[in-house]
Write a protein that binds this ligand. Structure first.
Ligand code: GUN
Length: 285
């Protein structure tokens, strides 16, 4: 089998187009556009690119964007104060603190300081718990984007054996809940998983989110499986996923490329979460 390509750029463009229209309508109705604040601490080049792209998208679809760029040695108390100010700012609907933060800052403390209703990353414990118990909360962007892609291509989730490689709070764990709520059977694999090849070979839907370039090889994939590659690894200056794309594409029924797969979806879902946060806030006023 040769896999069909799941085109993340196309799916994200269709979502962003809808969001642009909704933003116009909401602006007319409520007198202001949704606002997203991004907080970047330090000068990590990858984080700089991610944050720049998020702000660019904001402006393109008509959101207000509030950019905060802070020095790497900012004291934790100052960063907390900044988050507090954004919490209080009525024009800010969503707050995103780009990770990783410098070592002297406790990320957990910062993420928990963000008001849950402005937590467009879905990392606050209130939203993590809400997701686990099936409430309609703000959910992490990357795993939500994966679900949107599957839906766009009408790939059914119900009853499927979904195997997730990686147990991070950003992707693996929330992905498991989102798929579980859609009635898939879930296995999460990690560095201590035994007989990994046997487990991944049972997957109808295989999601790789481990951050190891080309880790998922064709022998780990069932014929006809749907393979989603969440990895973004830089190898010799080139972006490479967690999946050994060429050989795996020969076996899979659908596959996402890197770049151009899951990546563009993450930003689209961030915008979607910001609009959702805006609507919840204006309706609560
Ligand atoms: N760093 C890598 N991925 C993410 C993400 O989804 N959100 C934030 N805030 N930081 C990240």
């Amino acid at each position: 089998m040769t896999a069909k390509i799941i085109d993340g750029k196309k799916v994200s463009a269709s979502i962003l187009e809808k969001l642009t229209q909704q933003t116009k309508d909401l602006k007319k109705q409520f007198g202001r556009a949704p606002g997203l604040a991004t907080v970047l601490v330090g000068e990590d080049p990858a984080s700089q690119v991610y944050v720049r792209n998020k702000n660019k998208r904001c402006k393109e679809i008509g959101f207000q964007s509030f950019e905060q760029i802070l020095p790497a040695d900012i004291p934790e108390t100052e960063l907390l104060q900044l988050v507090e100010n954004l919490n209080k700012n009525p024009d800010v609907d969503g707050i995103l603190v780009q990770l990783p933060l410098p070592n002297h800052i406790r990320s957990e403390l910062i993420l928990e300081a963000i008001l849950p209703e402005k937590d467009v990353d879905g990392f606050h414990p209130v939203n993590v718990g809400g997701l686990a118990s099936g409430k309609n909360v703000l959910c992490p962007c990357t795993p939500s984007g994966v679900i949107q892609m599957l839906d766009y291509y009408e790939i059914s989730i119900e009853g499927k054996n979904a195997v997730i490689l990686g147990r991070s709070n950003i992707v693996g764990k929330p992905q498991a809940f989102l798929l579980l709520h859609r009635n898939a059977t879930i296995t999460i694999c990690h560095s201590r998983t035994k007989n990994l090849e046997e487990v991944t070979s049972s997957a109808d839907l295989l999601i790789a989110a481990i951050g190891k370039p080309n880790y998922v090889t064709a022998n780990m994939v069932k014929e006809g499986a749907v393979v989603i590659d969440v990895g973004i690894n830089r190898v010799d200056g080139k972006l490479t996923g967690d999946v050994d794309f060429g050989p795996v594409a020969e076996k899979a029924s659908y596959i996402t490329p890197v770049p151009g797969g899951v990546g563009p979806m993450t930003i689209a879902m961030l915008m979607s979460n910001t609009l959702k946060a805006f609507k919840a806030r204006v309706n609560a006023e």
